[in-house]
Write a protein that binds this ligand. Sequence first.
Ligand code: HEC
Length: 154
Amino acid sequence: MKRNATLLIATLILAGAGLSFAGDSATDGVVTDNRELVEMPAETQAMMRAEMRDHLMALSSIMGYLADNDLATAAEVAEERLGRSSMGKHKGTRRGMGPGKYMPKEMKKIGHGMHDAASRFATVAASGDLNGSYVALHDVVAACAACHTSFRIR
Ligand code: HEC
């Protein structure tokens, strides 16, 4: 409860100060979106966005397990939903319609980096090292942030 209240206050302060956010720049109150547009078919876009929402759910559940000191389950969730094991899962749904083939090289690299980081996190968490798990989880979140700052699909 206390953590939620702190987050809310921080959000309100940021909004009130009218700061510009990562990937944007603001001149005289006009915000420019500097992210590179990556075009893909509507179906692929919807697939990617659904996958992204699952990434966020997975991250939330991983943090919950860490808070409960359940590192084994945090490791499982990370490997299955964010790690290398989760890669290429769209191929079964509709061949050739996955987002990967539309991504510029740099974007793909960040994506692979995120899957690698999640698998590394899973290994560290499975070993029972809580502090190491936080360090490894930061690499995962840093990859989310790096990609979101640089690319958009609409
Ligand atoms: C390789 C690039 C890349 C990585 C890595 C990445 N994302 Fe995304 N994500 C995107 C792009 C591009 C969008 C769409 C932005 C737009 O609307 O144009 C997006 C959208 C989202 C959305 C909004 C979905 C919707 O319904 O519109 C969420 C939530 C999200 N990402 C969460 C995450 C989380 C959490 C991670 C890390 C675990 C992550 N993403 C990693 C590129 C990435």
